[in-house]
Design a protein. Structure first.
Lengths: 427, 777
């Protein structure tokens, strides 16, 4: 609420004199500018809805988008499926998903994560950097696009570092969102019922808080305090928007994984969210690999299919961009427990608006070792071509372009250092 | 180039250290008086122009600083480390250097290099002869005799003959120089709340005022023997161990070895109506074993190291039945709070490490061979994240060795550390059951142990128990405890050493890391010297700048801002802490229908960033829009519940309004004075800030009260739109006790508000409960 609006309110209710000390004192302070000038519900973000889907534990890319019958006991060469130009392993749900979406899907194979460690792999997958310090891509988009939205970045777990760009939101009991949408009502469901304070009282309390926060911020130099104050101000700026979420959130799906997708899509639809991290666990199949990994992979693909279907239903599919990845890959050979251990070569899958799809780029050899890639074609380098090794950084650089982050302040703040220009998401 | 960069870093560090501070004196070298080389011009830490060189005649150069800046970074790390590391080609040589992930690696490496420097051939140190290939060197010539690296090593050889250690910690002091800190009373208030969940009493504040931080030690000594502290301790350690994941259902009971304890599920034989309660009590007891051991050790003033070395576990009457412990061990066989130490027959207890829930929370597989358990032991109890070792890029195509975890550097970089402790867990199978083998441990792994301590074969069946005393004597154990308590108090992870020396903020980040590491190391040393007394850690931590920083005395340069990036506690309170703060400051909890909403998963626990220790293990530390709305609802509901209730109490019992009455209105000297005085009290009571009556924030709060009052008066007088009634809304009336629901005595009931003061003060309380200082710590 600005000064003019307050004075209007004050004059209506006879608060002019009584309220003056609030404004007089605050106006004399050295106020810091707010983080965002967007009023609640009035932000102009109309960019992508980005969803990161992570397979926790390290998936077997040869059971998905880099099929190799010679390295698997569960299928033969003739069982490998196709959709458009995409080839993939015969795992439940794959055919349905890729037949529907192959035109905006690219498989990036032979991705070298350079690690066998879960935490580092998850970080690399989500941020495009092996080392620490970079935000998850979803947090990056949310922080750049509309950090003031109350659920700008919804995280269900995994690597969700934000580097201070945006405050992450966790899911709780969805049934409580309604009462949280109307914190001033004594009975949240009763729009006509009593509130704790009069409308004017709520307004002046809010104004007093804002002014006190501004004054505190203006007198505080330590970065941690400033960030916390700034985050609180930003959170309050968008908190009114939750009311819109209540209007578009569907009945919860019976499948808990699918409910993740429902919330992220509904939050975007309601203009309270921008991006989200979804994940499915138990991919760390050191034993009984075929049964366990195939089951998890099928559930993961079911989640992605549901995500697209839900986006269609909410009429935001044209905005949806998805990146699917995992900590790393699994070893080419089975161990003594018919499991597969950690392997730093893996694949990533990108889908959605802006992705030049119906393509497979990058490659591995028959032993699932990464091959050097011709940056001009994305195919294995031949002859005198100086090939490049595909890394998560390449995929993230491409994703940043697709998401409109390339060249922005956050892109420059967290630069991706590569010596080549290979973009696996471009045609 | 590297040499020049190193010089630049050193100059910058020195410039920073000289920022208006006296120069250190030295021992082992030439001492000089403090103040001799003060830099009167000051300047910021990034200005390297006029700073003295390291070898300036009047500068004290610590041998550690010299080694780090002149030897390690530009020479050893660049030229030697690739081979001379624990897994490298020169791992069998006399020069084996540790990497940055090894806690205290610089100290270890300096000593290693100093030892080598003493070995000479024809009066020339091997440290010079080898890398210059004057004598045989497997890596050939790495440096030139007339080059800067050789000169740096030669100087180190000389310096190590008479090592100089500067007397004080001037760089560290300089790092903290321009911070403003909480005073003793404010520190007491913050520490007491975070450790005991309450506000200080007047007597405690008087003690601190009279005796300063010594008084605070006394106050904390008492407070850390209160029940609330032990609850907090369990909470802090569950945030590390996450064993509360087993509180659900009968999950903990399922971890018990039923071959050894066939009556584990004793409750199944009870009458049907009694099963659920007995099962829940039994399950809770078994789930809480590791955390209760921590509680027990601190409660009984045993060395904290006992959490890993105890040759016993704990049981209460409920879990005792599962373990076939006679009931005559207990005074009250139904008291879940009565715990006793017990020993299982033929079982090598090693504190919490051998509890069934710990072993199941961190399971293993046949191929994992206890490595996961080793990893968490390192992380929780040795302040070492071994996964950071694997952050270094690896080349998968190079892994074609036989047994790569033993022989390939890409793998052995982790496994050299992980495998020995993994071997100590031998005897405990995938389900956490004790199943020792007569055949010993895997021959294709590093031998079980820790560092130089190898577990003798004849101790294999009690390997972990044998190793535990070695673990706790490792300084990293003490450091891990300091880290855990720091995170528990502040919500912040300890800083990690930056790896990327080329990063533009490397110098600032390494400065912050070293300052914190030094401070925490001092506390760890004091902790060990005090026989692992946990309270020593707590008393020291709350006095550090990392706990007390609240601002700065001067505007910050960009460089300094980067250095102080992680300074100061500014986390949003966890749901548990916010719950306690509401209770501690207002006297009532935030509940709905008897449920504490911030603690309930059915209400707001997860939305507000809480954990379940199973699928959600990381707390949110930043406020988001949903949390902001929870805070708003809390402020509204709690203000509604407490305002009239507090006014109804006798003045002496009031927590919020002891200095004002409902009849005090602005416009009279008495009314104005009472309103202003109570505003001061509310700021102190709810926000912990001591302000003068003429402070701008008190003016703001009084102004708010007057604005709310004027709004109410206007509405009560408004005949056009319907007058506001003098009655308080039913939900906010003081009719029943907000906590118990019992009817209030008639004289304490408040239902009418003819002057609108109750509702105006309710607005003020709402304002303050939603304040940054209430929601954050």
């Amino acid at each position: 609420m600005d000064r003019r609006r307050f004075l209007e309110l004050a004059s209506i209710t006879g608060l002019g004199l009584a309220g003056a000390p609030l404004l007089g004192r605050a106006d004399s302070d050295r106020a810091a500018p707010p983080r965002s000038s967007a009023a609640p519900g009035e932000d102009d973000y109309d960019g992508p809805l980005f969803v990161m889907v992570q397979a926790h534990g390290g998936w077997d890319a040869t059971l998905l988008c880099d099929p190799k019958a010679n390295l698997n006991n569960s299928y033969g060469e003739g069982d490998i499926l196709t959709a458009g130009n995409l080839r993939f392993a015969p795992v439940g749900g794959a055919q349905a998903l890729f037949e529907a979406h192959y035109e905006h899907t690219v498989f990036i194979n032979g991705v070298d994560t350079s690690t066998n460690a879960h935490d580092a792999g998850q970080r690399n997958c989500a941020s495009g950097r092996l080392g620490e310090g970079y935000p998850a891509l979803a947090a990056m988009l949310a922080g750049h696009g509309a950090p003031q939205r109350p659920m700008s970045f919804i995280s269900f777990g995994q690597y969700d570092r934000t580097s201070g760009l945006v405050a992450p939101t966790r899911n709780g009991n969805d049934a409580r969102l309604a009462e949280l949408s109307y914190p001033d009502r004594m009975n949240a469901a009763d729009a006509e019922g009593p509130t704790y304070h009069t409308e004017t009282a709520h307004a002046v309390i809010r104004l007093a808080r804002e002014k006190r926060l501004e004054r505190t911020l203006a007198h505080q130099a330590l970065p941690r305090f400033r960030h916390a104050l700034d985050t609180l101000a930003t959170a309050r700026l968008g908190s009114d928007g939750l009311k819109r979420l209540d209007e578009v959130l569907p009945e919860p799906d019976a499948n808990a994984l699918h409910r993740q997708a429902q919330l992220v899509v509904a939050a975007y639809k309601a203009r309270v969210g921008v991006a989200g991290n979804l994940f499915h666990s138990n991919f760390d199949t050191h034993s009984d690999h075929d049964n366990q990994q195939r089951a998890r992979m099928s559930e993961l693909l079911g989640l992605v299919k549901f995500l697209w279907d839900e986006a269609e239903r909410q009429a935001v599919a044209d905005k949806l961009v998805v990146l699917i990845c995992s900590d790393f890959g699994r070893t080419p050979q089975y161990n003594g427990n018919m499991g597969k251990d950690h392997w730093s070569i893996t694949s990533m899958v990108a889908m959605g608006a802006g992705v030049v799809g119906n393509r497979m780029v990058g490659a591995t050899d028959s032993g699932h070792n990464a091959r050097m890639i011709d940056p001009a074609t994305g195919a294995p380098a031949e002859g005198d071509v100086a090939g490049v090794k595909v890394t998560p950084a390449h995929v993230h650089r491409g994703m940043r372009r697709v998401l409109g982050l390339a060249g922005t302040e956050v892109d420059e703040r967290f630069p991706i250092a590569l010596d080549d220009t290979f973009d696996p998401l471009a045609g | 180039m590297l040499q020049r960069d190193a010089h630049a870093r050193v100059r910058a560090l020195l410039a920073l250290s000289l920022l208006g501070l006296p120069t250190a004196a030295c021992y082992g070298g030439t001492a000089h008086s403090p103040g001799d080389d003060d830099d009167p011009e000051g300047g910021d830490g990034g200005d390297t122009g006029d700073a003295p060189e390291l070898d300036a005649p009047d500068a004290c150069v610590d041998i550690d600083d010299y080694f780090r800046e002149q030897v390690w970074a530009p020479v050893l790390k660049q030229k030697c480390y690739a081979c001379h590391n624990p897994a490298g080609a020169a791992k069998a040589s006399d020069l084996v250097l540790q990497g940055t992930d090894f806690p205290g690696y610089l100290d270890v490496n300096r000593q290693t290099v100093a030892n080598l420097a003493q070995l000479e051939i024809d009066d020339t140190s091997l440290l010079l002869l080898k890398p210059s290939a004057v004598i045989e060197h497997g890596g050939g010539a790495q440096i030139e005799i007339d080059g800067p690296e050789y000169a740096a090593l030669a100087e180190f050889v000389e310096r190590s003959k008479a090592p100089v250690h500067c007397v004080d910690d001037r760089d560290i002091r300089a790092f903290y120089a321009d911070l403003s800190l909480l005073d003793e009373a404010e520190t007491t208030r913050k520490a007491l709340f975070l450790l005991a969940g309450r506000m200080p009493t007047e007597i405690e504040l008087a003690v601190v005022e009279a005796a300063g931080f010594e008084g605070l030690d006394e106050v904390l000594e008492q407070a850390t023997h209160e029940e609330a502290f032990y609850d907090r301790l369990i909470e802090i350690y569950n945030d590390v161990l996450h064993t509360d994941a087993y509180l659900a259902g009968d999950d903990a009971v399922d971890t018990v070895d039923t071959q050894k304890f066939p009556n584990a599920r004793w409750f199944d034989d009870l009458p049907e109506d009694d099963v659920a309660a007995a099962r829940n009590a039994t399950n809770d007891a078994i789930a809480r074993e590791p955390l209760m051991l921590i509680d027990w050790v601190v409660r009984h003033d045993e060395p904290f190291s006992t959490i890993l070395t105890a040759n016993y576990t704990l049981a209460n009457p409920w879990s005792a039945r599962s373990y076939d412990i006679p009931m005559d061990r207990f005074v009250d066989p139904t008291d879940a709070n009565e715990w006793v130490p017990i020993q299982f027959p033929d079982f090598p207890h090693a504190g919490l490490l051998t509890t069934s829930v710990f072993l199941n929370r961190y399971p293993t597989t046949e191929t994992n061979r206890n490595r996961a358990r080793s990893r968490v032991l390192y992380k929780f109890f040795l302040a070492t994240d071994v996964l950071r070792l694997a952050v270094r890029p690896i080349d998968v195509t190079s892994i074609d060795d036989f047994n790569p975890t033993l022989y390939n550097p890409n793998c052995s970089v982790c496994h050299d550390n992980v495998d020995p402790i993994a071997g100590a867990f031998q005897g405990f199978d995938e389900l956490g059951r004790y199943r020792p083998s007569d055949e010993g441990w895997y021959a294709d792994m590093r031998p079980p142990g820790l560092g130089d301590a190898q577990i003798p074969f004849d101790q294999s069946k009690r390997a972990l128990q044998w190793l535990a005393p070695w673990l706790v004597r490792d300084r990293r154990f003490a450091l891990a405890v300091v880290h855990t308590m720091f995170t528990g108090l502040t919500g912040q992870e300890p800083l990690t050493e930056p790896i990327d020396e080329a990063a533009p903020d490397y110098l600032q980040r390494i400065g912050a890391y070293e300052a914190q590491d030094y401070t925490f190391g001092q506390i760890a040393d004091a902790f060990m010297a005090d026989n692992w007394e946990l309270r020593t850690v707590l008393k020291a931590l709350v006095k550090t700048e990392w706990f007390r920083a609240r601002g700065t005395d001067v505007p910050l340069s960009d460089t300094r801002t980067t250095e102080l990036q992680d300074m100061g506690t500014a986390r949003v309170l966890s749901p548990e802490l916010l719950h306690r703060r509401i209770q501690a400051t207002t006297g009532i909890p935030w509940r709905k229908g008897g449920t504490s909403v911030l603690l309930s998963a059915d209400y707001y626990r997860f939305f507000y960033g809480g954990i379940d220790s199973a699928s959600v293990t990381q707390r949110l530390t930043e406020m988001n829009g949903v949390m902001a709305n929870i805070a708003d609802r809390m402020a509204n509901e709690v203000a509604c519940s407490v305002t009239a209730f507090d006014f109804g109490k006798p003045v002496a019992d009031r927590m919020l309004f002891p200095l004002v009455e409902r009849t005090d209105l602005p416009g009279t000297p008495q009314g104005d004075a009472a309103i202003r005085a109570n505003a001061v009290h509310l700021h102190e009571q709810l926000l912990g800030e001591s302000l003068d009556e003429d402070d701008p924030e008190i003016q703001r709060t009084v102004g708010l009260f007057e604005a709310l009052l004027a709004d109410g008066h206007a509405r009560m007088a408004d005949t056009t739109n319907g007058r506001m009634t003098p009655s308080i809304a039913a939900a906010c009336q003081a009719v029943v006790h907000p906590t118990t629901g019992d009817p209030l005595p008639e004289e304490q009931q408040v239902t009418e508000d003819p002057d609108y003061t109750v509702r105006a003060w309710m607005g003020v309380v709402t304002y303050l409960l939603g304040d940054y200082r209430f929601l954050y710590e």
